[in-house]
Design a protein around this ligand. Structure first.
Ligand code: ADP
Length: 453
């Protein structure tokens, strides 16, 4: 509970409100009490002046204080305070509460007193009791005003806290709903339900989070699909040579086939195919996992092409194919791993030779394009149907399954070749026309890109 976002939001709101209301209350009550004090002072001042004027007028008219009590009582009632009037000798001549008449009590402790008459010939002094009288007085009204201000502040603060609670509830529901939906979808995904997605409702950070989650889920689904396909493909590819071997062995065990040299050769070839498939798979896995380390160094691609062509020349001659090479006059040096690019080239040449019928032509072109080097392997073979073209770089893809099997391929060669070129920061593409031939082209940047794709 304490760690929930909802609770923390409420505490934050509460803190802001308490600090805001507290600060306002502090300053308002300070300002109000200052104002009240000034108001009281001004009122007292006015009262004093009025009392002094009334009493001096009274004394100036009569030259004595006798009969002044009703006036003092009236003033005492009016101002809600006890007033005591002494004559010039200090004898009480009037008391609004009629208590200390004729006494010479010491009222000096009542700090507020007003001299009546001029300062050199005073007629008397009026003393004001600092304690307000019991009945409703002006001072009481003032303190009632102060407490009503405090009352409003307290209730205002409580109202703000209630609003904070309500706001927290409503806002947290709005804000946390997508987070909760995301958490539940992530939980579902973690438990293997790859169909879980969240609804993108807003364009804010939560919307962005939902979009990112969905795209992550899409990637996961795709990766899972690829994994399943790969396992199925591998199983399928391995099964064919394996069942061939089993068939030979069963036939020999049953005495249908003799374990002679041609039979053993056939079995041996099937094991070679198995070995090749497994080797290719290992290599592909390494490239796809990004574990392949390229040993790059500046190398002349023209030289590499010459060596590649020399390696396949016997195979081309055996099929009576013309093998042509078109190289630029200058060396085409690029930052490559010669082993790997040589492997790509050999793969394209081997395919071209394998798929081109006798009497055809296979040519290699090298073009220096400044920032990159372009290598093309062109053949006059059967070509690839347009509907198959987009898939030739996919693993285990073969255009004509039976014919390709005769050439010993498992449909991994081009996949590996393209991955190796990608790894160098280059690109590979194919153009083909049915009945006319195919052109496989790859480009390699001269300078190694900072990071392999
Ligand atoms: P494989 O080992 O079967 O040759 P690849 O990945 O090298 O596998 O090639 C995939 C498929 O592309 C081949 O099975 C073949 O159908 C087609 N292919 C590749 N190169 C050529 C080419 N030069 N001419 C016609 N088809 C080709």
């Amino acid at each position: 509970m304490i760690h929930s976002v909802r609770w923390r939001m409420f505490l934050s709101f509460l803190l802001v409100i308490v600090v805001a209301v507290g600060t306002v209350a502090f300053f308002v009550s300070r300002a109000a009490s200052g104002e009240i004090e000034r108001y009281e002072e001004r009122t007292n001042q006015l009262r004093s002046e009025r009392m002094e004027a009334l009493l001096s007028g009274y004394y100036a008219e009569r030259h004595e204080w006798s009969g002044v009590e009703p006036l003092v009582e009236q003033m005492g009632r009016l101002y809600g305070q006890r007033l005591v009037l002494t004559d010039a000798q200090g004898t009480v001549v009037a008391d609004s509460h009629g208590m200390s008449m004729g006494q010479r009590s010491d009222f000096a402790r009542w700090r507020r007193n007003i001299s009546v008459g001029s300062s050199d010939t005073p007629f008397g002094t009026i003393f004001i009791d600092p304690q307000p009288a019991a009945d409703g007085s002006a001072t009481e009204e003032v303190s009632a005003l102060a407490s009503s201000i405090n009352w409003y502040l307290v209730w205002g603060g409580l109202l703000a806290v209630a609003v904070a609670g309500l706001l927290t509830f409503l806002l947290s529901r709005r804000i946390l709903a997508p987070v909760e939906a995301l958490a539940s979808a992530a939980r579902g995904l973690g438990q293997g339900d790859l169909s879980r997605r969240v609804e993108v409702r807003s364009r804010d950070e939560f919307g962005e989070l939902a979009r990112t989650f969905n795209s992550m889920a899409d990637d996961l689904t795709q990766a899972e699909q690829l994994r399943r396909n790969l396992v199925a493909d591998v199983a399928h590819e391995l099964r064919t040579p394996l069942s061939n071997i089993r068939g030979y062995l069963e036939a020999m065990r049953d005495g249908v086939l003799k374990p002679d040299s041609p039979t053993l050769d056939s079995i041996y070839e099937e094991t070679l195919l198995l070995d090749r498939i497994i080797g290719d798979l290992q290599e592909l896995a390494m490239v796809e996992a990004g574990q392949l380390t390229l040993l790059r160094r500046p190398d002349d691609l023209a030289d590499l092409v010459k060596r590649g062509v020399a390696a396949v020349r016997p195979a081309a001659e055996a099929k009576k194919l013309a093998l042509l090479v078109d190289l630029p006059p200058q060396p085409a040096v690029a930052d490559i791993d010669p082993e790997r690019i040589g492997q790509v080239l050999r793969n394209l040449l081997t395919n071209a030779i394998a798929y081109t019928p006798e009497g055809g032509e296979v040519s290699v072109k090298l073009a220096d394009e400044g920032a990159q080097v372009r290598v093309s392997v062109i053949d006059t073979g059967p070509g690839i149907p347009p509907e198959d073209l987009p898939y030739v770089f996919e693993r285990f893809y073969r255009v004509d399954k039976s014919r390709s099997r005769a050439t010993g391929g498992a449909g991994l060669g081009l996949t590996i070749a393209k991955r190796l070129v990608d790894f160098h920061g280059g690109a590979m593409e194919v153009q083909s026309e049915l009945g006319k031939g195919s052109r496989f082209t790859f480009t390699i940047p001269r300078e190694a890109p900072d990071a392999a794709p």
